[in-house]
Design a protein. Structure first.
Length: 132
């Protein structure tokens, strides 16, 4: 292998690690924020009808922040890498929730979550790459 090929392999491996860390960070942030939201639902008079919109916002914010932090280190292709973080996050979330519930169907809420996750990841990637 020549020097250019070795450099590309190293860069790809580095990006995979950064993307994996971004997904883990997004999942961790979501878990914390969802725990806070569940406590609010439990101890206040907040209606459960706000659950779906709040969960979508929590998911999007978690992905946005995680992809922003992760893509700062990559410094290029933020829109692609951020979108990948959002995509992997939602695939993991979908698989886990489908296995737990035994329901692998896609409804309108799932489609909204997929779109919001990828867009949030892309925006976070753009912000992260361009952050000084």
């Amino acid at each position: 292998m020549n020097k250019t090929t070795d450099g590309n392999n190293l860069e790809i491996n580095n990006n995979i690690g950064i993307i994996a860390k971004g997904v883990i960070l997004a999942i961790s942030a979501s878990m914390i924020l969802l725990f806070v939201f569940s406590a609010i639902l439990t101890y206040t008079n907040v209606s459960e009808s706000v659950s779906n919109p709040v969960i979508i916002v929590i998911t999007a914010v978690s992905i946005l922040i995680a992809s922003q932090i992760s893509t700062r280190k990559i410094r290029k292709n933020g829109i692609i890498n951020g979108g990948i973080i959002g995509g992997i996050y939602i695939i993991v979330l979908y698989l886990i929730s489908s296995i737990v519930t035994g329901n692998f169907s896609l409804g309108i809420n799932a489609i909204i979550m997929i779109i919001a996750s990828i867009i949030a990841g892309m925006l976070g990637g753009i912000i992260g790459v361009n952050a000084k």
